[in-house]
Design a protein around this ligand. Sequence first.
Ligand code: ZN
Length: 252
Amino acid sequence: MHPAIPQLVDLQRLDQLIASLRSDLEGLPKRLREAEAKLNGARAAVTAAKEAHTQALTQRKKLELDVEQWKDRAKKYRDQSSSVKTNEAYKALQQEIAHAESEASKGEDRVLDQMMALEESERRVKHVAADLREAEQGVTADKKQIEAQFTEEKRKWTAATGERAELEKKVPEELRDLYNRIARKHPGSVMAEAKGEQCRGCGMRVLPHTLQLLKSETDEEVFRCEGCGRILYSQEPIPHAHKQAAEGAAQS
Ligand SMILES: [Zn+2]
């Protein structure tokens, strides 16, 4: 197996990490919008409750006005009753007075009922306003968490991208080109482990002879799967890899 293969495996690990971080980072603005959308429901409930309360207030004023009108009417009839000439007209007026007073009294009951409805709508306004405050606090916490995650993932992404650039420099040019070419077809899975006599990328059989060479310390060939074209490698044992990795780590 070619001695640069472990570096390619590492390159692939970084490519996968970078892709996954990028996908996370791209998803975060959407999560922020979703958090914000949670508030819209709570805000709409507050608006609706306030509107209902305003309507209840208007209704109370209207009912109070009704009572006033019936009372005024009763008063007007009473004033007239002192100056009527006939008994019949007097009786008729008395009936009108009784009717107006009865209506005023019914109206007062309605005002009382409406006061209760008003208390209820006022409680509802307070209740949904508290819900909104709670939602705002929750969303603030969510946003803070999302922003912290963004910063952290951006940091990891920058580190991984830098590490990848450094690593790529160490890979022989022709292998780098090959890797990048295959990556266009198989992004994030250019390297396929040959295990159990199979390419783990596509399942195609790997010849025992190839397997043997993949495991050999002295062989420096690059083998590609005949099925999918991925670069084959073997995990056991990769003496070069471990030695190089250890040396690389010691140097850096
Ligand atoms: Zn394959």
